[in-house]
Write a protein that binds this ligand. Structure first.
Ligand code: HPA
Ligand code: ZN
Length: 337
């Protein structure tokens, strides 16, 4: 039996990659209140404590309602910069050396915030993190699937002037009743422009959505994907093709996909040969950043040392880093373990 605290130290010490992080989901309550004040935004809660008292989610939608509400405080390029920089400082503290972050342009442009403001702020912080913190990154534009596919297409067109700063597109927000197939056309345009594609699927939605994301959107990775356990043939195929799943353990328990972490299939998926990674999703809302996800997984599922190492290695293998950079980090993991 491994000493769990040793594994927790190991997870902390190793260089890590994070591949599933909504930058708007790293908006901490203190920052919500501070930005609301400086931008004179009225909120239905008057303190960070009152806001945090609302962090009692039943499902994905109950979380999204609060997530979109808090997002309204983000107004200026400085706000987007500060939000992103705060997350990157946390990365530095946790030895996250590479991060691939999502942002939701529609939740800002629909409030009258120009896309340029959003991208300048986020990308400015990412650029500075490369030189100041030695953290590399990719930026992934997510379409909100509860909005019509035409809105995604219009968003794609408005993003075209910024494609030098965008590496991929993704699909997020309410999953049930909004199947990936609705977004086939816009994903095709993104692929034709040379971007990577990923999609949330199989979080609350059925395994059929994972199938659509792979076949129709031709994604490089599935975000969440945990309901793949319900379709053995699909699981075998995704394992054989080594299409990564970016799993978010604390998110899944906070949004009641599983009643407790003990029930989480993370290690089962690993044993079945799937390329699974650990990620924080919306760390300000779900009880912690990447390291807290590792701590929760180690405490509840009691993985062995090799499983922890595999999860950390997978973060790089599943990343959009070039092969030379991946190899460099994999070597570094071997040396520091
Ligand atoms: N699922 C779907 N949409 C989201 C999530 C998520 O976990 N987090 C932020 N937007
Ligand atoms: Zn997510």
């Amino acid at each position: 039996m491994e000493d769990l605290s040793e594994l927790i130290d190991l997870a902390k010490r190793l260089p890590k990659a994070e591949l599933h992080l909504h930058i708007e989901g790293s908006l901490e309550p203190g920052m919500v209140m501070q930005m609301a004040q400086r931008n004179r935004i009225d909120l239905p809660f008057k303190s960070s404590e009152e806001l945090e008292a609302l962090y009692d989610f039943r499902d994905l939608q109950s979380f999204l309602d609060l997530y979109f509400l808090a997002t309204n405080v983000l107004q200026t390029e400085q706000d987007f910069y500060d939000l992103t920089w705060a997350y990157l400082e946390q990365c530095k503290a946790e030895n996250i050396v590479h991060t691939e972050i999502f942002f939701d342009p529609q939740s800002h442009t629909h409030r009258g915030i120009p896309l340029r403001v959003v991208i300048d702020g986020i990308h400015g912080a990412l650029t500075e993190a490369k030189s100041e913190l030695d953290i590399s990154s990719r930026l992934i534009l997510c379409f909100l699937r509860h909005l019509p596919a035409d809105d995604a297409l219009a968003t794609w067109q408005s993003a075209e002037p910024f494609l030098d700063r965008i590496d991929g597109v993704g699909l997020d927000s309410a999953e049930k009743d909004f199947p990936p197939e609705l977004f086939t056309a816009v994903f095709q345009l993104a692929r034709e422009a040379g971007l990577k594609t990923v999609a949330h699927a199989g979080e609350e939605g059925p395994p059929a959505y994972i199938r659509q994301a792979v076949d129709l959107l031709q994604v490089s990775r599935i975000d969440h994907g945990v309901r793949i356990t319900e379709d053995a043939a699909l699981l075998a195929e995704i394992a054989r093709r080594q299409i990564p799943l970016t799993v978010c353990p604390l998110s899944n328990t906070r949004l009641c996909v599983y009643e407790s972490m003990q029930e989480h299939p993370l290690l089962e998926l690993l044993k079945q040969g799937l390329l699974v990674t650990v990620n924080s999703d919306d760390p300000a809302y779900f009880g912690g950043y990447l390291q807290q996800n590792f701590v929760a997984v180690i405490d509840a599922l009691k993985p062995n040392r090799e499983q922890v190492l595999q999860l950390v290695r997978n973060g790089f293998v599943a990343s959009f880093l070039d092969e030379a950079s991946q190899s460099r980090w994999l070597d570094e993991i071997e040396q520091s373990n």
